[in-house]
Unconditional design. Structure first.
Lengths: 351, 351
DNA sequence: TCCCCGTTTGCATTCGAATGCAATACTGCC
DNA sequence: GGCAGTATTGCATTCGAATGCAAACGGGGA
């Protein structure tokens, strides 16, 4: 026979331990199940019961224990959000949108920030230990990691990434399309020689962007192309630009940078290091459409990702999968929009 | 007598449910307690036992259930991190540092992003439901909210904020000192008329900065001061600057903006809207020392907060309080460092 | 060989809420 | 008043791991 001694709050005021549903039940003179039901949505409870319980609960400062609830319901109501390099100018907006969407749905966000995209191993372990209901990741997982996650039947949505040889959910901005668009516009406006500032090697997004640009340049018959590579970020942008100049000897007509931050770095280096006028002497374009790209001193021509819609979409895609685990994988691709800043000479939209 | 039927994984391979310590115990032919102990740090277990259990666990893909563990140990190993306005250029760095410190200590971060500093009510409720071990907040709590949290005996550390009439832990950068420093330097360099661009009314930090600047200006006998107020952020910075100009009729010698983003806005507006040369015609200073403040086109003179040390300090302060709840409240204040950018005419450091 | 003491191990209970089932309370209706 | 039918309520069990206690084990010394 299981007895429940339940020392509980002697005084009901200064108790060192937090009130449980049993304490509330005792205080209200009802059963624990009743308390439980009052604090659920669809459960049946008379108004009288509800009032008594709520009154007792308030007096005791009772709050249902989400941990205990999670144990019995097999639902933690938490999702893991994995992000690499938070200081990247782009991610904060994504993260903000995601947490907002999730919390609207009563879902909490367990945040995992990776220093590099590769550090996911320990993180995967943690996510599984905490029995998150789903995973939304803006970092890559290895096939081994995916297998682990699949075995645990946890739905995953990739943000701006996807996994070859593995059917997964993803929401992304079409990077290649965006780069094609930029290239088309640049070529149409007469640019013939190009520099490409490539992003970090471990970033899928970076390589998609590079390939998008290169393919389209090839299509257009452009052959004078110089590629230099670095990390995302302002400082590397500057450094890459000077490497580019060193490599070529003279400035190309246009530079395609892998991110806005790098584009801004290029602009500064072009102006300060090489006395080039942007866009008169050289056009520089970026990607993302982050806030600082709109600073007047740069006004970067770029592809703006529809972050809000993407995040919204990713969140609901994940929530759907949590509610119905048998939904088949789905990939959604969004198109970016071209922002005609003054960092590049383009023909106006209606020409 | 409590029996444990434990249907568990029939096959051990394709089981729909995740393996538990009982499954591992059965597979290894040992007791559940043994499994539990193998997966703990200080617990006693022979090497033979350890090997058998680990082998079985690996075969079954077992991972301890952190939820169940939290229930029995009364420790969730999660802390709540509350941040308002993630898209503020300043917070991502803080958040990154915090998550890093916490995860080094085996603590997970439950993220709560507020749209406005006032939205904390629901958030407090959630934090308590999830039984977080501690709270680190970069948003204000009302006295009522603090009372709720105190009753639950959850340690709280405020980041760049503090609560009057309430002894709390906090880590902050001395905003007033920083502003005094800026003012001193500006006055010493001959600036006599000032504009102050104030931050949002609901931000404690903003008002500390304003008061710091005003007090020191008064000390120095400066009386020609115009104050305009807005939100943090680039766009408001621009807009505030033109309001400032409209209000005064002519440009002040110097503008003190409540944040770097606003300072950058002011610089752009001064240049574009009023053809002013920065810093020749007007000096503009900011606060924070965020990344974009170092972009060459702005090179903002500002106070850089030692974010890394502050975050580190805040995290360990919270961890200490979690481990020893009886530690008395403590406030730590860090000094910022002056960054002599080219957005303001200052006398050089050694003059 | 026997005994003592320190390790390992297992047993049984515990954490706090949810829930299937059975018991009870209400409702309306004849 | 009596009865069927529904809405509430309570009982007992469950989720998965941790842990105090006692039993079993192992090694060393006499």
């Amino acid at each position: 026979m299981s007895k429940r001694p339940k020392t509980a709050n002697n005084t009901g005021m200064t108790g060192r331990k937090r009130a449980t549903s049993y304490d509330v039940a005792k205080a209200a003179g009802v059963s624990q199940s009743a308390v439980s039901r009052v604090f659920q949505d669809g459960a049946s409870a008379s108004k009288a019961m509800r009032d008594r319980v709520v009154a007792a609960a308030n007096k005791l400062g009772y709050r249902p224990n989400a941990i205990a609830r999670g144990l019995i319901t097999q639902r933690s109501n938490m999702v893991a959000v994995v992000i690499s390099k938070l200081t990247n100018l782009y991610y904060p907006e994504v993260l903000e949108q995601l947490t907002q969407r999730f919390s609207e749905q009563g879902i909490r966000v367990l945040l995992f920030a990776l220093e590099h995209e590769g550090d996911a191993d320990k993180v995967v372990d943690q996510m599984l230990q905490y029995r998150v209901d789903g995973i939304l990741t803006a970092a890559m997982f290895t096939p081994g990691q995916m297998k682990t996650i699949d075995n645990a039947h946890i739905p995953v949505v990739f943000y701006n990434r996807t996994l070859k040889n593995h059917q997964v959910c993803s929401v992304r901005c079409d990077q290649e399309e965006g780069e094609r668009w930029l290239v088309d516009e640049l070529v149409r406006a007469g640019h013939r020689t190009f520099g490409i500032i490539e992003g970090p090697a471990d970033s899928v997004v970076a390589s998609e962007r590079k390939m998008g640009a290169l393919n389209e340049l090839a299509n257009m018959g452009i052959t004078d192309i110089t590629i230099v590579s670095g990390e995302y970020g302002y400082e590397t942008g500057r450094e890459c630009f000077s490497r580019l100049m060193a490599r070529r000897g003279s400035a190309p007509d246009a530079v395609i940078a892998a991110s806005d931050a790098m584009a801004i770095g290029c602009i500064d280096e072009a102006r300060e290091g090489y006395a080039l006028k942007v866009p008169d002497d050289i056009s520089i374009v970026g990607f993302d459409g982050v806030g600082p790209a709109r600073f007047a001193a740069y006004d970067v021509t770029t592809i703006r990702q529809p972050v809000k819609r993407m995040a919204q979409s990713a969140a609901s895609m994940l929530i759907e999968r949590i509610e119905n685990p048998d939904l088949s994988p789905e990939k959604r691709a969004f198109s970016g929009t071209l922002i005609r800043g003054s960092s590049a000479r383009l023909r106006s939209a209606d020409e």
